[in-house]
Design a binder for this molecule. Structure first.
Ligand code: ADP
Ligand code: ZN
Length: 220
């Protein structure tokens, strides 16, 4: 059973790296941001509660976040383990988590803020299959259209200058101290998030003592 946490600033590739690792090791990928976005898209009661908070780039309240995580993990569909992305983001969340689960490793994707802005402000997402594109280094073949499903690409509501500034500030103020908290338990691995996705994936595997990717990391 493997239980991992992946952390890193906005646009550092947490989602991409989690999916690569999860697919290869049969882990369940739990993205708190994706769960909230699904609720917003599907107009649920929870979606209505979090929509504005997310669009402004602010953090959703700890009680709601913790209940989402608890509920997701009690489904126990993670026979081989899980990788959780976007949680914990502050000290109370980290304390809640550490009380309930033993973690095998924490991966921190490291990226300078200047690169974050370049990536996030040029990001487009396919609402159909969730693939991320970057208009600078991974633009779709047909402008505005998903290579995989043909869906119309959109900009995330929180990928604006204003919301990004709030998200980055929260990351440095609230999420960075979580890394220090985890560090006391000595299983934090810092990985440079600037190289190509498949290079980062191999680094992550090295750190975690895992063999190279079975399928060979293929990334859009
Ligand atoms: P990013 O890491 O790029 O900010 P995510 O997709 O992880 O994006 O999260 C999107 C939004 O969902 C956050 O800005 C926040 O509003 C909310 N959210 C996700 N995870 C948490 C969390 N652990 N605590 C509070 N809010 C969260
Ligand atoms: Zn698509």
């Amino acid at each position: 059973m493997r239980k991992y946490v992946i952390m890193g600033v906005q646009g550092s590739g947490k989602g991409t790296q989690s999916q690569l690792l999860a697919a290869d090791l049969d882990l369940v990928h739990i993205s708190v941001g994706d769960i909230f976005r699904w609720n917003v898209q599907n107009h649920t009661k929870m979606g209505a509660m979090v929509r504005r908070i997310m669009a402004a780039g602010e953090l959703v309240g700890d009680d709601l976040v913790e209940s989402v995580v608890r509920e997701r993990l009690t489904q126990h569909d993670w026979n081989f383990g899980f990788i959780i992305d976007g949680f914990p983001r502050n000290r109370p969340q980290a304390e809640f988590f550490l009380e309930s689960y033993d973690i095998n490793g924490v991966i921190v994707l490291d990226l300078p803020d200047s690169e974050v802005r370049r990536r996030v402000l040029n990001r487009r997402v396919c609402p159909g299959c969730g693939i991320n594109y970057n208009l600078i280094d991974s633009s779709p073949k047909v402008p505005g259209q998903c290579d995989s499903c043909g869906g119309e690409l959109v900009t995330r509501e929180d990928d604006t200058e204003g919301a990004l500034a709030v998200r980055l500030r929260d990351y440095h103020e609230k999420t960075n101290p979580v890394i220090e908290l985890f560090r006391r338990k000595e299983y934090v691995f810092m990985v440079d998030a600037r190289p190509a996705p498949e290079v980062i994936q191999e680094q992550i595997r090295n750190c975690l003592g895992l063999p190279p990717c079975k399928h060979g990391a293929e990334v859009a």
